[in-house]
Write a protein that binds this ligand. Structure first.
Ligand SMILES: Nc1ncnc2c1ncn2[C@@H]1O[C@H](COP(=O)(O)OP(=O)(O)OP(=O)(O)O)[C@@H](O)[C@H]1O
Ligand SMILES: O=P(O)(O)OC[C@H]1O[C@](O)(CO)[C@@H](O)[C@@H]1O
Ligand SMILES: [Mg+2]
Length: 561
């Protein structure tokens, strides 16, 4: 391997080496000496490593990748949405006893290995006669593995936005590979998907990642855009990587899915495994995403501050903007947890400002009743209203996600204008935007445990030869979910579900359910104005027509001719 010590990184193509290095050397890591001994940078492919992928690729060249869904049905409406396995497209793969069987820590566990038939139901609430429904394969160690320890060359990449817990997942993948399976070669890919082909890599060791879970962000860096499937798979193949761990949100899992398809098309013995990361909790099927708990907890601090400010002045409104592009889970849970919030606005529940049942009316009532109030708004809420008042071109980020207007600033101004100009009622508004502060913190205790289980489950699955899956918690159990189920749709707050009703009853805010009526009324009003204006124009027309052919104009036309 073309490997360079940390103290003297390769000059080319290492534009990003210093940022990767600095992320690793950040506080609170006290052991820089230890790092320099365990971390090395690679500036080119590892051509001297054994490359099992290439050998298998040749062997499987005639075996056209067929990544059809694996659906197993059973009695009473049982359905297993199974995940792919290397043996689906590579025949006669050798298996080995799981090294965990000799691990003293696990020897005490009764039935440590997961039974081949263990599956987890997607729905736990069922009726006596209802079908058993969809199930996913239970995650965990298997009796047989499809890789020998020294054959494995794993890599880890993080993509998309930041989320508390990313470093914990990275650390636990490295630790699980090293200490459970004796895997010594783990590579960190710098700066998201494009890092596979355009950036440096870093060798990850238990020592090097020992205390990264205490820091926010990701030591590997992240990015949006830059997903070039063939370049990524070429890089995987050239380096001889055979386990790819991909941590990221819905976009990242879509990227992982196409990498898996390409790997399979090429017939490579390479596992592609995803770990779902989304602070917005917008990934379907899973109970919740890691970092979400931390985000909700951190949001409390902002809401508390807004409440303290609001309570301290007359007619004061504390307005807090939280993340949530298309899904308002953080806002909803932070509101439910806080009890200080009078109104929570999320993308899934349209609202309106003026008129009966609107936000302004509610604010006025609340201020008259209580003298202060707290509003929480998810960043994706009310974007339709913004689009009406700020006519701007739709912009996208590098991954193609729509860039949102700042609804917090917009709403602050709207409220101020309304009460100052229309109501002549002096109000005080304190706007707090803690969004990036919430995303950048290290994960809390509960998320750390969750990240550990996710990482361990993901590694067990890869060692057992499963591929094309995302590791996820379903009804409190770790499972392997096929990529297509993770990427087919986004998870949203359902405003006709009990949870939203609980929120409405805790805040006493309007449901904005007559939103449609108001919109209809507005449309009718607009239509009416249009008709009236057109009528007016028609009335004016006869007086204008002679204008065109005034003597003056005729003279001008003659001169021009
Ligand atoms: N449909 C797709 N096919 C292939 N790659 C994709 C696709 N969508 C997104 N990606 C890639 O996945 C990476 C991350 O995507 P994105 O920026 O949307 O973040 P994300 O994973 O959805 O996370 P989050 O939304 O939580 O920030 C980017 O590098 C992007 O190029
Ligand atoms: O500004 P960035 O980092 O591109 O991402 C912002 C977006 O990322 C998210 O945090 C999801 O990761 C959204 O809530 C937010 O809209
Ligand atoms: Mg996304």
């Amino acid at each position: 391997m073309d490997s360079v010590a940390l103290s003297s990184p390769s000059p080319s193509p290492s534009t990003s080496t210093s940022s990767l290095k600095s992320r690793f050397l950040q506080k609170p890591s006290q052991n820089s000496k230890q790092l320099s001994s365990s971390v090395s940078f690679s500036s080119s492919s590892c051509s001297d490593f054994r490359s099992p992928t290439k050998a298998i690729s040749m062997a499987a060249a005639s075996n056209n990748g067929n990544s059809q869904r694996k659906i197993v049905t059973g009695p009473a409406g049982y359905v297993l949405e199974d995940v792919p396995h290397l043996s689906d497209y590579i025949p006669d793969l050798p298996t080995y006893p799981n090294p965990l069987q000799d691990n003293p820590a696990y020897s005490v566990v009764k039935q440590y290995f997961v039974h081949v038939d263990d599956t987890v139901p997607q729905k736990v609430v069922v009726h006596k006669d209802s079908p058993r429904g969809t199930h996913f394969r239970r995650a965990g160690p298997r009796q047989k593995v499809y890789f020998e320890s020294d054959e494995v060359y794993a890599c880890i990449v993080t993509c998309g936005g930041l989320c508390p817990g990313l470093n914990t997942v990275i650390r636990e993948i490295v630790y699980s590979l090293y200490y459970m399976y004796g895997v010594k070669r783990v590579l960190g890919i710098d700066g998201g998907y494009r890092g596979f082909y355009a950036k440096n890599t870093i060798a990850l060791t238990p020592k090097g990642v020992n205390d990264i879970h205490k820091r926010g962000g990701t030591v590997l860096g992240t990015s949006r855009g830059g997903h070039d499937t063939s370049k990524i798979v070429d890089s995987i193949q050239d380096r001889g990587i055979n386990q790819v761990y991909i941590i990221g949100g819905d976009g990242t899992q879509k990227g992982a899915s196409v990498i898996y398809e390409e790997v399979r098309r090429r017939g490579l013995k390479v596992v592609v495994a995803g770990i779902p990361k989304t602070i917005d909790n917008d990934i379907p099927v899973i109970d919740r995403s890691f970092g979400f708990d931390t985000a909700v907890e951190e949001a409390q601090r902002a809401i508390n501050a807004a409440h303290v400010e609001a309570e301290s002045s007359e007619n004061c409104i504390g307005l807090v903007k939280l993340m949530g592009r298309y899904s308002g889970f953080i806002a909803m849970y932070a509101t439910l947890a806080s009890r200080d919030v009078d109104c929570c606005l999320i993308p899934e529940s349209p609202f309106y400002l003026e008129g009966h049942g609107g936000l302004f009316e509610y604010i006025e009532t609340r201020l008259k009743e209580n003298g202060h109030m707290v509003i929480v708004i998810a960043e994706g809420a009310g974007q339709d209203l913004l689009a009406e008042s700020i006519r701007s071109a739709t912009q996208q980020d590098a991954s193609g996600n729509k860039l949102l207007q700042d609804v917090g600033l917009w709403l602050s101004q709207k409220i101020k204008d309304h009460f100052a100009k229309e109501k002549k009622m002096p109000i005080n508004l304190k706007y707090i935007d803690p969004t990036y502060m919430i995303r950048a913190v290290p994960s809390n205790a509960s998320d750390n445990v969750y990240c550990t289980l996710l990482a361990q489950s993901c590694v067990h699955g890869a060692m057992a030869g499963y591929t094309g899956y995302t590791s996820g918690l379903v009804n409190g159990r770790q499972t392997y979910i096929p990529f297509y189920r993770i990427i087919e749709k986004q998870h949203h707050v359902v405003i006709t579900d009990r949870m939203w009703a609980r929120l409405l009853s805790s805040t006493n805010q309007p449901s904005f359910m007559n939103h449609k009526d108001v919109i209809e009324d507005k449309k009718e009003e607009e239509l009416l104005t249009q008709i009236v204006n057109e009528d007016k124009k028609e009335e004016e027309l006869p007086t204008k027509i002679p204008d065109i052919s005034t003597e003056d104009n005729l003279v001008k036309k003659e001169i021009a001719a």
